[in-house]
Write a protein that binds this ligand. Structure first.
Ligand SMILES: NC(=O)c1ccc[n+]([C@@H]2O[C@H](COP(=O)([O-])OP(=O)(O)OC[C@H]3O[C@@H](n4cnc5c(N)ncnc54)[C@H](O)[C@@H]3O)[C@@H](O)[C@H]2O)c1
Length: 342
């Protein structure tokens, strides 16, 4: 299946197909004699994925693999420097390309390196986690963390192509699968009641293909309307305002999607909360966090969604609907207290 995404400079295709990795050479097309492909991965991604891509690229070009240290703590300027340094060492030209094979961390850094090297070279994204397949595969955002601030240095720089092979998820630990499903659940709550019902009525772990496709279609619709996050794209922040604060206050104990899950519980209407909690239980995602609520509030207030003494939030009153709401800090504090306990 091909899902085309329009951007202001053209667009790119998301190719979604089980087994796509085995025919990646055909999908990415002729690399051209001597064209270099630098494949960037990390040491938590099974090596066979990057090796398969490298072998395909070597059929009529050159290919090198760069393996970075895994984890958000390595989404740094040092890792970015390693990618750029490798491109310089290999004498890469503007006609060469980089290919990300891994989760959102690898994708975000590889995309940023592509944006910077020689003022922009081609990049292809091959996401291998649920989170990166449902979320970072769409929208063209690239970034690194800097001076302790998440994603603060980055660029909007869409890939030339995205290849999603759900078979790569077979090696992903279940906690990471659930972590990614939290982002798809978020999109269902604000934008797709049918998808939310699928989470309620089926076993989401056996419906990854359908969930991923529906989530990508939701995000595509949002980013095509608001590529640079000036309005509608904020809907994607549902659960993130409080979630971000919890993620930082808990000191990395909880994964991002787990914090978003808790953030959604705090900002959904009472009448749908029991339904949401039942889905979270099914996915093994938490409802609450054990940390300091005042610290969470302070971190929310520092978040980029803060406006004066009030904070822009996204509320969900019924699956498939949302509203933007400028919430004063006292109200937000009360919401935080419902899900964060010391
Ligand atoms: N650009 C965007 O629009 C966007 C959107 C959402 C999130 N993000 C970013 O994505 C990042 C999180 O992504 P993530 O959750 O994929 O984390 P991640 O990239 O750290 O991957 C999670 C872990 O899974 C391992 N892994 C990856 N693929 C695997 C596989 N197939 N089998 C076994 N292990 C595998 C990785 O080595 C890592 O240890 C964050 O930095 C976030 O800011 C970006």
């Amino acid at each position: 299946m091909i899902i085309p995404v329009k951007t202001r400079d053209g667009g790119y295709d998301i190719i979604m197909e089980r087994g796509a990795l085995a025919r990646v050479g055909e999908l990415i097309g002729e690399s051209g004699a001597g064209r270099l492909s630098l494949i960037v991965t990390d040491d938590g991604v099974p090596t066979q994925y990057a090796e398969t891509v490298a072998a395909a690229c070597r059929a009529n070009g050159r290919a090198e693999i760069l393996t970075l240290p895994q984890g958000e703590e390595n989404k740094t300027i040092q890792s970015l420097t390693m990618i750029l340094g490798k491109l310089v060492k290999l004498c890469a030209t503007r006609k060469d390309r980089v290919i990300a094979v891994g989760g959102g961390v690898v994708g975000d850094m590889t995309g940023l390196a592509a944006a910077l090297y020689m003022r922009g070279i081609d990049w292809i994204n091959i996401p291998t986690t649920v989170l990166s397949q449902v979320d970072s595969s769409v929208g063209g955002k690239t970034a690194i963390d800097f001076e302790g601030v998440k994603n603060v240095v980055g660029a909007f720089y869409p890939p030339k192509m995205v290849i999603i092979d759900h078979d790569t998820l077979a090696t992903l630990p279940k906690r990471q699968v659930a972590n990614g499903l939290a982002e798809a659940l978020k999109m269902s709550l604000t934008s797709d009641e049918k998808l939310f019902e699928l989470f309620e009525n089926e076993d989401p772990f056996t419906h990854l293909d359908e969930i991923c496709e529906r989530a990508i279609r939701i995000k595509k619709a949002v980013v095509e309307e608001d590529e640079r996050e000036s309005g509608l794209r904020r809907v994607l922040n549902f659960g993130h305002t409080i979630g971000h604060g919890i993620e930082l206050a808990c000191g990395g104990e909880l994964l991002h999607g787990e914090c978003v899950a808790i953030g959604m519980v705090a900002l959904c209407a009472d009448r749908i909360r029991p339904r949401l909690l039942a889905v979270l239980d099914k996915l093994g995602l938490p409802h609450e966090a054990a940390c300091d609520p005042d610290e969470v509030l302070a971190l929310c207030a520092h978040d980029k969604k803060a406006e004066g003494t009030a904070i822009m939030t996204v509320l969900c009153g019924w699956p498939g609907t949302f509203e933007f709401y400028l919430m004063d800090t006292e109200k937000l504090r009360r919401r935080i207290l419902t899900v964060v306990k010391k």
